[in-house]
Design a protein around this ligand. Structure first.
Ligand SMILES: NC(=O)c1ccc[n+]([C@@H]2O[C@H](COP(=O)([O-])OP(=O)(O)OC[C@H]3O[C@@H](n4cnc5c(N)ncnc54)[C@H](O)[C@@H]3O)[C@@H](O)[C@H]2O)c1
Length: 358
């Protein structure tokens, strides 16, 4: 049900607004439309932390000259199946989309395609790249590194990023695709920024403050560290993201990526992308039948006490997407104000929203 404290933007209005705002800040129409699509995809899937509300932080970087809105990424083939993309400090969305597009094209011929991306920026929600591969009928791995937020296990300083691990595979004839997209922390840091924007508290197990104490205050949490999921295992996954996305690509690593909210210097993010044909070892129909069996077994298994329904990874977000396409994307007034503040700076039409009662 729609929430009376929220303002709602339709998918189309959010996309038009974001495209126009980016274009008015020097981004080409084609890139602006792509970036807008990725941000709106996050909003639709319920990943509000990585949706259009991120635009003010990205535009602060553009204005500061630390993210080049006009840069064109370049792609070099290292082998027939491996490519290296140099983002040249362009939007992470643009460079990683190019990498995935090439990986999928190569995988059509060779079964697998791989690409690394260096000198990039934050690409938001990883699942849009998994979806890009799914739209081409491909399985995928999508890794990125990110700015220091998480201590390594046993450490107390921010060193690793809360760098999401994502992967996907087409679903069965009547089941959704598999889409895993998760940060190696108890919660994504974007959830803390969202709580701060919305004036909300955070759960006690998400982060420590600067003194190493658990905190429910998002501002205090941002001064401290995020807590890894599963203790040393979450911390090891964050190191894994840095090995594949940072060390391997030639981008920043070991704590060298700049925070997307710090407009003082380029971010130098690295990404690692693999696309794979699902019918490498059997026919596509067989693969899909097996995915169907897996899905039915997962969602149909005996539930623990108090659980009403079991979901496949990515399914909750797909359900949310159906709802938000119908009801619109919920935003709080402060987020709408920040977006419209950006619009006013460049003379772009304000974001159209309606309240739940309208
Ligand atoms: N680009 C970056 O640097 C960056 C950094 C951090 C996070 N992020 C993004 O933030 C987003 C949020 O990350 P997160 O770790 O908070 O995600 P999350 O905890 O909400 O979800 C993680 C995964 O668990 C699955 N899941 C969640 N609840 C489930 C349930 N009840 N049953 C079955 N599966 C379930 C989801 O489908 C998802 O695949 C991601 O899209 C990520 O890409 C991006």
């Amino acid at each position: 049900m729609a929430d009376s404290a929220r303002l709602y933007a339709s998918e189309a209005d959010a996309h038009t607004f974001a495209t126009n705002l980016l274009a008015a800040n020097g981004v080409s129409q084609q890139d602006a439309s792509l970036i807008a699509k990725c941000l709106v995809a996050a909003d639709l899937r319920g990943i509000d932390t990585h949706g259009i509300s991120r635009l003010p932080s990205y535009l602060a970087r553009v204005r500061q000259g630390v993210l080049d809105p006009k840069a064109r990424p370049t792609l070099t083939e290292a082998t027939p199946v491996v490519a290296q993309v140099d983002a040249h400090n362009s939007f992470g969305f643009v460079a990683s989309s190019m990498a995935m597009s090439h990986a999928c094209k190569v995988a059509q011929t060779y079964g697998i395609g791989m690409a690394s991306v260096k000198h990039s920026n934050h690409f938001g929600m990883s699942a849009w790249l998994v979806q890009q591969a799914l739209d081409e009928g491909m399985m995928s791995l999508v890794f990125t590194n990110s700015s220091p937020a998480l201590p390594v296990w046993g450490g107390r300083e921010k060193l690793m990023g809360v760098s999401p691990i994502a992967c996907g595979a087409p679903g069965g004839p009547s089941s959704p695709p598999f889409i895993l997209d998760m940060a190696p922390s108890v919660a994504a840091r974007g959830k803390i920024y969202k709580a701060l924007r919305r004036g909300e508290q955070i759960p006690e197990d998400w982060a420590l403050d600067a003194e190493g104490e658990r905190t429910t205050d998002p501002a205090a949490a941002l001064q401290g560290v995020m807590l890894p999921m599963g203790g040393p295992k979450g911390s090891a996954l964050a190191v894994m993201m840095d090995v594949f996305s940072g060390v391997l690509s030639g981008s920043a690593f070991a704590g060298g990526v700049t925070n997307p909210y710090d407009p003082s210097k380029p971010a130098n993010v690295g990404h690692f992308i693999v696309a794979m044909k699902p019918d490498l070892f059997m026919g596509l129909d067989d693969f899909k039948e097996r995915m169907e069996v897996l899905y039915q077994k997962v969602v149909g298994c005996e539930k623990m006490a108090g659980v009403e329904r079991i979901y496949f990874p990515g399914e909750l977000e797909q359900i949310e997407e159906v709802k938000r396409r119908r009801e619109g994307i919920p935003l709080v007034q402060a987020e709408v104000d920040a977006l419209n503040g950006e619009a006013a700076k460049v003379g772009v039409e304000l974001l159209k929203t309606r309240s739940a009662s309208q």
